[in-house]
Structure formats: structure tokens, C-alpha cells
Design a protein around this ligand. Sequence first.
Ligand code: UDP
Ligand code: MG
Length: 247
Amino acid sequence: MASQSRRSRGDYSASYRNFSCPQPACSTQEEYLVHHHRPTRPSRFSLYSWLVLCSLALLLVPATLTSASSHSGDLCEKDLDSNEPVCTAKSTMSGDGERERTFIMIKPDGVQRGLVGEIVKRFEQKGFKLVAMKFTWASESLLKQHYADLSSKPFFPGLVKYMSSGPLVPMVWEGLNVVKTGRQMLGETNPAQSLPGTIRGDYCIEVGRNICHGSDAVDSAKKEIALWFKPEELIKWKSVEDPWLYE
Ligand code: UDP
Ligand code: MG
């Protein structure tokens, strides 16, 4: 027993001499453990600190992301007075410069005549970016709101009847000067005065069946987009074509 105890003491002394045990050198396992292997229970302070830091990070990261997204091109923001979403027709996506949005709508005759793909293709191939699109049969009341400016015109009742006679394809397109360029792509209101190469110049004949609507100004685009689309239906996305379209 005694020799074993001595051997033990000697063994520990020899084995742990290299671990810079405080003087006098450790001579038993217990002494060694006291100096080197004291259980290192994390202090309460550090545990609480980590908990607080992690909670703060969880709170701050989504807030930062939300505030970043609201500055990166959302076209619909909450009005401070009414708390309602207010849509603008301009996007200020970082790196994209200022990009307008316009409201383009394929009318019932455009749908019936199978021209949806052709009209969408023209806007896509020009380089404009699709932001929203739906296929819908609009109510007369929505169409009366859409054409409210023309309500005193003699052709207004016929216009509402024509526009509500079948499904429509309302869309939002985005790009530099897309409002003005969109109108040029459409041609004149009367297809007879529209140049070949324009949508109305190529695909229709009469003013009362001119297949496609396009906003005539940035302000009317804002109103029309807000009338036909909910803010969450306007899709914010980055097109891979972007650097090949804009300097
Ligand atoms: N319209 C019509 N008869 C007219 C003028 C207009 O039926 O004499 C219709 C036509 O479908 C036109 C729409 O009303 O697209 C809206 O008229 P607007 O003057 O706003 O022309 P747009 O902006 O569509 O070119
Ligand atoms: Mg118009």
C-alpha cells in the first residue's frame, strides 16, 4: 500500500512536472487537478451576456432587413396619415437608377384574338421587366374607375361594355422611360393612325377595338397600378439581363 502510494505520488510528480505546476510541484493527482483541472463552470455573467446578445441580434437583424428593403425600391409604402399603402410608379433600386413603372393591359379583343403572347413578347424583347401580371374578368365598376376621366365622353358606355365583355391581362412593366416608350410601342389611340411596327398599327383596325391599354403619364401609371394590383402583387426581382440593358 505504502509503496503503491509512494509510486503514485512519484508518478504524478513525474507525469505532470511539465505542466508548470506551481511550487511546490504537484505531487498527487488531486493537487494537479486542483491547479489545472478545476471544473470550469461558465460564470453566470457570461451566460447571461450571451443570452442578451443573441436576443438583441434576433431582434435587430429582421429590423435591419426590413428597413433595407423599404429603401431598395419598394413602390408601395405606408402613408403616415392613413396607414394605407401608397403606390408610386417609380422604383429607386440601388444600382438600377430610377426606373419607372407603367400599367399595360391587354383588352378583351387582344385576349380573344390570341395576341397575349405577342404583346408580352414585345415588352420582354424591348428589355422591360415584368413586375406583375394577372388574367382577370373585370367588373363594370372597376372599369368605370379605370376610365373615370372619360366618363363624360359619348363613347364611355360602349367602352365599359367592350372592356367588360371578356377577360383582360393587366400588367406592370418596369424600365427607364417605360411610360413614354410603352405608349410609342402601342401606337396611336386610333389604329388607323398608328404606324406599322407598333402594336395597334400591326394588329388592329378600329379605335373601339384597339387591343391594348397603356398609361399615358407617370402619374396615371401610379393610379392605375394601385387600382389593379395590391402592393404585394408587385414582384421585386433582379433580372439577369439588367447589366446588358443599362450602362
Ligand atoms: N375610345 C373609343 N372611341 C374614341 C376614343 C377612345 O372607343 O373616340 C376608347 C379606346 O378603346 C381607347 C379608350 O377609349 O383606347 C381610352 O381612350 P384614350 O383617349 O384614353 O386612348 P388611349 O389612352 O387608350 O390611347
Ligand atoms: Mg388613355
